[in-house]
Design a protein around this ligand. Sequence first.
Ligand code: OAD
Length: 233
Amino acid sequence: MCKPDNIVILTGAGISAESGVATFRAADGLWEGHKVEAVATPEGFAADPALVHAFYDARRARLDEVVPNAAHEALALLDAEWPGELLIVTQNVDDLHERAGAQRLVHMHGELLKAWCLACDSRVPWTGSMSEAAICPACAAPGRLRPDIVWFGEMPYDMDRIEAALRNADLFVSIGTSGAVYPAAGYVQTAKYCGAHTVEINLEPSQGSIFFDEVRLGKAGVEVPKWVEEMLA
Ligand code: OAD
């Protein structure tokens, strides 16, 4: 293909796996030990907020123990050096892309390091644990904070910006995602329909693998730096 101008990169849990962050659907994945409805739906939160807070508190605390890997660093380098449009759309709620230095980034499924106040609708930075009694730093309401995570049945963030970038993309690259969760799983088809070349980088073929023009199988920590080097050559 000709050198592209505009790139959209979708990332999933697989890009953080080599940093030591659990993926969702592996045999030892995050969903194995939990009922998804209990910890990742608004109904689960209403039924047992203490359980949901404990689940996300543990994941937030884990962030202190992990660091970005070569794949996050390579994407941050591409972001810094790519002269055309570029958008990294991550489904991940960790902060490893930004810690590596990525700037053109959206967290479509929210962020562990933010709280959402159901009283005043503010989204505020949050570290440490978030109890049921936690007080909103913006409006001082007690007991109305929840993790700023997009749960099942909720609308992902930045949909308009993502759709516009996909329609404008010459190249769409999907990294470390199983293609099991929509709307992200459908982005390859949107980009392809709008004329983009599509590349998948994953340990194994994803559920939407047939929609990719090119599939590169292997670890993100190896394959992503290789791909970025080709792009910047
Ligand atoms: P999954 O756990 O479904 O998929 C992770 C993918 O990464 C799998 O296809 C693995 O083969 C691949 N993988 C694992 N290790 C890898 C490595 N070192 N290098 C490259 N690939 C590797 O995670 P996601 O696709 O991100 O949403 O899951 C999508 C969404 O499902 C998540 O954002 C989450 C979950 O429900 C919400 O919580 C809203």
